[in-house]
Write a protein that binds this ligand. Structure first.
Ligand SMILES: [Zn+2]
Ligand SMILES: [Zn+2]
Ligand SMILES: [Zn+2]
Length: 149
């Protein structure tokens, strides 16, 4: 997960396999089946887990929208304003991004919500799939903060 050390931007897409939601994450080596909750809840928890784990200091954060050539919005303009932590819903809810973005980009991105930073003492609990294979879920504590995403 070296990507998580250099920038705060993660993307999870939801597809389905045999009627079960399958999540594919930009920072994880393999897809996994969402268990125990609906797909969108799993996506939020998963993104929150990466965020809590990243610990990227504030002075190293940059506008991740600009890093991706502003593909998340149509109108192009210079970055400006303070960075925000954005949760972005795309593809009618099948793709979710959690990323740092400047105020100007944030205002231009459709379906983007500013979300709070995780509490300093947040911890990540790794939950293993019943098969014991891949990491099935990254559940962040406290739950209240995850639900705020
Ligand atoms: Zn992931
Ligand atoms: Zn942008
Ligand atoms: Zn920007």
């Amino acid at each position: 997960m070296s990507m998580a050390l250099s920038a705060r931007a993660w993307t999870v897409t939801i597809s389905s396999s045999a009627g079960r939601p399958v999540l594919t994450c930009s920072a994880c080596p393999q897809s996994f089946v969402a268990v125990g909750a609906d797909g969108v809840v799993q996506v939020r928890r998963h993104l929150a887990g990466h965020l809590v784990e990243s610990r990227l200091p504030a002075y190293l954060r940059t506008c991740q929208c600009r890093e991706k050539a502003c593909v998340w919005h149509g109108r192009q303009g210079p970055c400006s304003g303070p960075l925000r932590l954005l949760l972005i819903r795309a593809d009618r809810g099948l793709t979710w991004h959690l990323a740092d973005a400047c105020a100007a980009c944030a205002a231009a991105i459709p379906c983007a919500a500013t979300v709070p930073e995780p509490p300093q003492d947040a911890a990540v609990r790794h939950v293993r799939a019943p098969s014991g294979e891949a990491v099935a879920d990254l559940t962040c504590e406290p739950v209240e903060w995850v639900e705020a995403l």
